[in-house]
Design a protein around this ligand. Structure first.
Ligand SMILES: Cc1ncc(COP(=O)(O)O)c(C=O)c1O
Length: 372
């Protein structure tokens, strides 16, 4: 096996570029003596709210808690059903199960996001909410989803874990439903140095309830209003996140540039993702599709290029989902994509010559196949 020359991600490289700024934030926060809640968290929350174009942003422990706390604040629990996409990271579904509600899964479209025309078939008298996932950094078809939700009196909660900065008809994700959950996991487009998450909403009452829930259910230092949780973005991570938020648009733009390079050079040999005129994907992942997926991954690895699959097992086929009663064949698109998709390296520090190296490899793989 060749040495990896192009890793799938390069978090240490990004850290090195920001080392001065981050170190100063570490020192300033350390010297402030305030490590939980406080000014640094508030400052990041204010900037994140402005960035997403909403009234409230609330820092929490991680992206899963962001979704979980929204559901808890909406009193979702046993007996309720919540709809989400089967092609997603498992957290999109386990947070539903963790409230005691039932995850109801729906197949996806060519853009890997929930297919809105299938949502209505999944709605029952128990359905309370739909959680569209903006997978790979691409906004789900929110206009259609919001219309269906309105007709059926459902909450719409965006799983924006992978999509901070993406736009849909000019608006940022996080402002497209009742509330949204973001992940600040290190691998995300805005990642911190540990776990982190963010909730956005324009709903004052919901925001206030979530702020109480994330902080032990406390009304103030001594009075507890409701049974709560401990899930706050800590001051150090908030300070790091604020620094990185200042770079996010440039980073996202670079990922969009890389996506355009991949698209231009690979469109003839594999299925490539593209943007519709009303959307601006931030390419958390660049996912191509080919029937020769496994052979292509092996070939790329032999030439030093690391790739991943997002996700090889759709949620409905996971062991954890056994109780939900789904089986192979229920969601043909997601099942087909699970076998044919592969994510190529994409991150702001990836150089043009590295992108060219990857596209040449992919093309040479298919040329050799064609000659056989
Ligand atoms: C689509 C999706 N939803 C939810 C999550 C959960 O975020 P976290 O890992 O920060 O809990 C993730 C991140 O891994 C994700 O990709």
């Amino acid at each position: 096996m060749a040495k990896i020359t192009i890793p799938f991600v390069d978090l240490a490289g990004q850290f090195r570029n920001l080392e001065g700024e981050l170190t100063q934030a570490f020192i300033d926060t350390g010297r402030s003596g305030i490590y939980i809640m406080g000014d640094r968290l508030e400052s990041f929350e204010d900037k994140a709210a402005k960035y997403c174009g909403v009234d409230h942003a609330i820092g929490v422990g991680h992206g899963s808690d962001a979704l979980f706390l929204i559901l808890k604040a909406l009193d979702i629990g046993p007996g309720d059903e919540i709809i989400t996409a089967t092609n997603s990271f498992i957290a999109s579904a386990w947070v539903i199960a963790a409230t005691g509600a039932t995850p109801v899964l729906v197949d996806v479209a060519e853009d890997f996001n929930i297919e809105p025309t299938l949502i209505e078939d999944a709605i029952t008298a128990q359905t309370k909410a739909v959680i569209p996932v903006h997978l790979t950094g691409r906004p789900a078809r929110m206009n259609e989803i919001n219309c269906i939700a309105q007709r059926n009196e459902l909450y719409v909660i965006e799983d924006a874990a992978q999509a901070i900065g993406a736009r849909y008809h000019g608006s940022r994700v996080g402002s497209l439903g009742l509330a949204a959950g973001f992940s600040l996991h290190p691998l995300k487009n805005l990642g911190v140095y540990g776990d982190g998450g963010l909730i956005t909403t324009n709903d004052n009452k919901l925001a206030s309830k979530i702020r109480t829930l994330r902080n032990h259910g406390l009304r103030n230092r001594d009075e507890c209003e409701v049974w709560g949780f401990n899930s706050r973005l800590d001051s150090m991570q908030a300070a790091f996140a604020e620094i990185k938020l200042g770079h996010l648009d440039i980073w996202n733009e670079r990922c969009r540039e890389i996506a355009a390079l991949y698209r231009a050079d690979l469109g003839k040999v594999v299925e490539v993702p593209f943007d519709k005129e009303w959307e601006e994907c931030v390419y958390h992942n660049f996912v191509i599709r080919t029937e020769k997926r496994d052979e292509l991954m092996t070939y790329l690895l032999e030439h030093g290029v690391d790739t991943r699959i997002h996700y090889p097992i759709p949620i409905h086929l996971q062991d954890a989902a056994r109780d939900l009663g789904y089986k192979m064949g229920n969601f043909p698109k997601a099942e087909k994509y699970a076998k044919t998709m592969v994510s190529l390296p994409i991150y702001p520090d990836l150089r043009d010559d590295q992108v060219t190296y990857i596209t040449q490899l992919v093309n040479s793989f298919f040329n050799v196949l064609g000659e056989k």
